[in-house]
Design a protein around this ligand. Structure first.
Ligand code: CTP
Ligand code: ZN
Length: 152
């Protein structure tokens, strides 16, 4: 049994998002639109010791699976995350998130002179880099704290 399992109990059905960078769990919940008012049962481990990441966060959402677009956005702030689908207490599916080539409409450009920041009907669009995102309109690159640019 790992340290993490001692801290947060197993779930019967739902999704475990594992190997989230330490301190990003609340941003993951924001991406999933979970603020508690929906009544979901959610367990969170924050800054749990991890061999691979040093410290990691873990989010367990019961009776819920994630959409591909949620996973795409998640991959921006948690590139090493593992999505585990749990049924009857067993891990029936496990996959690493994959980073999409571009994301449209989910991040705002931090350049206040960018056309997407004006009152124009232009959806933001970013090319996903290994270490950040690049606005396709003004070429601004965001590497740190991508979560702060989330539009959702
Ligand atoms: N888990 C859970 N409830 C279950 C089964 C698993 O909450 N009924 C959680 C585990 O605590 C772990 C994750 O789902 O955080 C993946 O489980 P498992 O594949 O058994 O763990 P590991 O082998 O450690 O995963 P990995 O190799 O991806 O690190
Ligand atoms: Zn821009």
């Amino acid at each position: 049994m790992t340290d993490e399992e001692l801290r947060v109990s197993k779930i019967e059905n739902g999704t475990v998002i594992d190997h989230i960078p330490g301190s990003q769990a609340l941003n993951v919940l924001a991406i999933l639109g979970i603020d508690g008012t929906g009544g979901e049962t959610v367990s969170i481990g924050m800054n749990v010791p991890s061999d691979r990441l040093g410290r990691k966060d873990v989010v367990k959402v019961e009776d819920r699976e994630l959409s591909q677009s949620e996973v795409d956005v998640l991959s921006l702030i948690a590139p090493a995350a593992t999505i585990n689908i749990i049924r009857g207490f067993e891990v029936v599916e496990k996959h690493r998130v994959e980073r999409p080539e571009t994301v449209t409409g989910v991040l705002q450009c931090s350049n206040k002179h960018c056309i997407t920041a004006e009152d124009e009907p232009v959806d933001s669009r970013f090319e996903v880099l290994d270490d950040g995102v690049r606005c396709v309109y003004c070429d601004s690159i965001t590497r740190e704290n991508i979560a702060a640019e989330l539009l959702i």
